[in-house]
Design a protein around this ligand. Structure first.
Ligand code: FES
Length: 268
């Protein structure tokens, strides 16, 4: 392959075609940069790190949400590369989409460690210990780079803009599974909503397109289990059963015992 054609869907819905010389190792982002530098300075797209870390170069390439900087032109197996903005998101210009709704969902699930004692952060003699087997419960969800590919690929997001989406649920679960976190009850309630985990139709496209091999579809299922567990515990509490401890009264001692809930299933 000596030449390629970049077929870019622009803001007005029309396609613009750019012919380029193919170079070995050329990524879709390299091609777009060349187009903007040498042929069309009006072409708009986002990028920053060029190494699959910042998550800003997400776009639809050959019909699939992908990172442009991680997609080799040669891997697509075609001389014409079709590039569109991410689906299901409002287009600002050309390949630049509005990620505010996506970020709003992310923020909504409180993607940070919640602790009861707010003063402890000022104490330099305190550390939060986590065992490596405890880290395994949430580590893969930490790899999320917030590129919004999963959000764009999700058919439920496309139908219901108020659905939290796979990324936000994945992040909520990441902190729910962290033994240092004390916000489990709050997050379970945030997810146990019509537009929360129950809206997911388990299409699995979120996990399929993730460039970091995060599995948000799994997070949705695990969060559902936690919600059901909480409902049972609340019912028991109502019935006066002694088994009412939904969450520990005090912070669990870090790194010394399992958290008050077990996210791992046999064979996972
Ligand atoms: Fe940063 Fe592609 S440019 S992920």
């Amino acid at each position: 392959m000596d030449k390629i054609t970049m077929e870019v869907v622009r803001s007005d819905g029309n396609k613009t075609r750019y012919d380029l010389k193919f170079r070995k190792g050329m990524t879709v982002l390299d091609a777009l940069i060349e187009v903007r530098e040498k042929q069309d300075p009006t072409l708009a797209y986002r990028h920053s790190c060029r190494m699959g870390i910042c998550g800003s170069c997400g776009m639809n390439i050959q019909g699939m949400p992908r990172l442009a900087c991680q997609t080799q032109v040669s891997s697509l197996g075609k001389e014409t590369v079709r590039v569109e903005p991410l689906h299901g998101m409002h287009v600002i210009k050309d390949l630049v989409v509005d990620i505010d709704p996506f970020l709003a969902m992310h923020t909504f699930v409180k993607p940070y460690l919640i602790r009861q004692d707010l003063k402890e952060r000022d104490r330099s003699d305190r550390e939060y210990r986590v065992l490596s087997e405890e880290v395994e419960r949430f580590l893969q969800f930490d790899y999320c780079i917030m590129c919004a590919l999963c959000y764009s690929a999700c058919p439920t997001v496309a139908l219901d803009p108020y659905y939290l989406g796979p990324q936000a649920i994945g992040q909520a679960y990441r902190y729910m599974a962290d033994p240092r976190d004390e916000g489990w009850e709050q997050r379970v309630d945030l997810l146990d909503e019509a537009q929360g985990v129950w809206r997911c139709h388990v299409a699995g496209s979120c996990s399929l397109v993730c460039p970091k091999d995060v599995d948000p579809a799994k997070a949705v299922q695990m969060a559902r289990m936690e919600i059901l567990k909480k409902r049972v515990l609340r019912k028991r509490a109502k019935a006066g059963s002694p088994l009412v401890s939904v969450a520990p009264a005090a912070a669990p001692k870090q790194g010394t015992k399992a958290p008050p809930f077990d996210f791992r299933r046999e064979g996972t």
